[in-house]
Design a protein around this ligand. Structure first.
Ligand code: PMP
Length: 398
């Protein structure tokens, strides 16, 4: 018997597995709408001009590569706080927010999950049904039982808001509730500001613990607009968690740039929380890497580069919106009778297309159009060159 004889083969990651299948597909017309990555109209992964400019500055500065502090680059953490809470935020001035640099949004979620497990070992976690797949896996691996609250309404094409609120109302005090701050992945459906107000009220009244995942700030309606929900939580006076990702908004996927911010009741509590977050980091990977965070901090702190970033981000956001409208038009032009106008009401990179698993599989096997079996397609991977083919293929499987 060898040491690893009893080790089972783990299932492939469903979305990354789809990528492997796509790469192996010889169909020259194939289109990958599976993975959650923004591509430009040429189908290329962008390297933002603001990032290139910051990288030139950094290379010219010939900075040595010492260890970073456990919580990351101070200027980066400060810049993250400004983006998430607003530069003039009273809670920032009061020192009530503990922010640490993290390995992408995933890293921010995991640091928060590990800290919460020590703080509330018997709590359970609620995620939306459906949610980003890794939410369940990540909180499960941190030791929590993970359940879901109703979210997607397949019939009405929207959010089952009353059911969602009912589930939150029924949750035991101390339950950790993971919420998508904007651009819900995978459905693309958002709740309205007035509905957020209700959610905040219930979370507060029931003493639940909000964990906001903000992986797409700036991809929905704008940086401040997408961050507006954070202001509602701040105004409620609750303690809460926010994870940030710059993977999409800076097109820095592989650099693993993200953060975790924990809003506390006092400066004193924030200092203690920060000290505990540092223990979590220290015992996992000691301290974060330099490059990506330095790039993001340089862009956010340099007015000209920041302006450039905001314009480039707006360009990505607008292109996605154009693709939504274009897809609706092209489907109609391809003879589709069914109403697909709901695609325009969705926000962010993704669309729950309403297509069945069987239709998604036919798209893949017959046309080389790769989406997720759930019907999720990445609108940010559509472009003026592939959209006719995608629309025609969808028309054929309907
Ligand atoms: N949360 C959600 C909702 C996401 O969609 C993603 C990325 N797909 C993440 C977190 C993780 O982001 P990152 O790649 O920065 O770890």
């Amino acid at each position: 018997m060898t040491l690893f004889a009893a080790v089972d083969m783990a299932p492939r990651d469903p979305i990354l597995g789809l990528n492997e299948q796509f790469n192996a597909d010889p169909n020259p017309a194939k289109v990958n709408l599976g993975v959650g990555v923004y591509f430009d109209d040429n189908g290329k992964l962008p390297l933002l001009n603001c990032v290139q400019a910051a990288e030139h500055q950094l290379v010219d500065a010939h900075k040595p590569r010492g260890y970073l502090p456990i919580d990351g680059i101070a200027a980066y953490d400060k810049a993250v706080q400004g983006l998430v809470f607003g530069a003039d935020s009273e809670i920032l001035k009061a020192g009530r927010v503990a922010t640490v640099q993290a390995l992408g949004g995933t890293g921010g979620l995991k640091i928060g999950a590990d800290f919460l497990k020590k703080l509330r070992p018997t709590a359970k976690v609620l995620i939306s049904d459906p949610s980003w797949e890794n939410h369940r896996a990540l909180f499960t691996s941190a030791g929590f039982p993970v359940e879901s609250y109703p979210y997607y309404d397949a019939e009405k094409r929207g959010v089952r808001f009353d059911d969602m609120l009912g589930a939150l109302q029924a949750a035991p005090a101390g339950t950790i509730v993971v919420l998508h701050a904007c651009c819900h992945n995978p459905t693309g459906y958002e709740i309205t500001p007035a509905q957020w107000t209700r959610v905040v009220e219930v979370l507060k009244a029931r003493a639940l613990i909000p964990f906001l995942d903000m992986a797409y700030q700036g991809f929905g309606e704008g940086i401040a607009e997408d961050g507006a929900v954070i202001q509602q939580f701040v105004a409620s006076g609750m303690d809460f968690f926010v994870s940030t990702s710059f993977s999409k908004s800076f097109s820095l996927y592989g650099e693993r740039v993200g953060a975790l911010s924990v809003v506390c009741t006092s400066k004193d509590e924030a200092a203690k929380v920060l000290s505990q977050l540092k223990i979590v980091i220290r015992t996992n990977y000691s301290n974060p890497p330099t490059h990506g965070a330095q790039v993001v901090a340089t862009v956010l702190e340099t007015p000209a580069l920041r302006k450039m970033w905001e314009e480039e981000l707006a360009g990505m956001r607008q292109r996605i919106k154009q693709m939504r409208t274009l897809l609706i038009d092209k489907l109609a032009a391809a003879g589709v009778q069914q109403d697909f106008s709901f695609i325009r009401s969705q926000v962010g990179m993704f669309s729950y297309s309403g297509l069945s698993t069987e239709q998604m599989q036919r798209l893949r096997s017959e046309f080389g159009v790769y989406g997720v079996d759930s019907g999720r397609i990445c609108v940010a991977a559509l472009n003026t060159r592939n959209i006719d083919y995608v629309a025609a293929s969808i028309a054929k499987v309907l």
